[in-house]
Design a protein around this ligand. Structure first.
Ligand code: ZN
Length: 149
């Protein structure tokens, strides 16, 4: 295991153990349930949107380390961003975990780069993208439930 891989592992373990924004949002403008039946991951993503700005994100629920760390990193990465930036980052993240070449360097990816190893485990891609799909749905549609199946 390379040093870099070990570092990434630490980011995931840390966010799994101490998830950021792991709470309901009292002022949420939208809350969506996300399920990944393959793994048993289940989260509720809360988002407070003001115009085009994501003012706050929170989440509750349970699942594997990758899904929880992903929700945690997503929430802290997207707070304060515009919805357009959120869509862009979702695209970047999706490419990263499916192993497609992306346009951002490791430095630009920041904490998201911790999930690059997921591309070696196709079954875990749904774990890593669950929170993102759920947030996307919260921003885009009137659906209140998202399932990866
Ligand atoms: Zn999972």
């Amino acid at each position: 295991m390379s040093d870099l891989r070990e570092l990434y592992q630490q980011v995931i373990l840390d966010h799994n153990k101490n998830p950021r924004n792991f709470h309901e949002l009292p002022n949420a403008t939208k809350a969506v349930d996300g399920y990944n039946p393959l793994c048993g991951d289940h989260y509720k993503i809360y988002v407070e949107v003001d115009g085009d700005t994501i003012k706050d994100i929170g989440f509750t629920g349970n699942g594997c380390a990758i899904s929880k760390a992903s929700a945690s990193v997503m929430s802290s990465s997207l707070k304060g961003k515009s919805t357009a930036e959120a869509h862009q980052l979702f695209d970047v993240f999706h490419k990263l975990v499916t192993g497609e070449p992306g346009s951002l360097s490791t430095a630009e990816l920041g904490r998201l780069a911790a999930f690059s190893g997921v591309s070696e485990f196709p079954a875990r891609v749904k774990c890593a993208t669950l929170a993102w799909h759920t947030l996307n749905s919260a921003l885009e549609s009137d659906n209140e439930t998202v399932s990866t199946e």
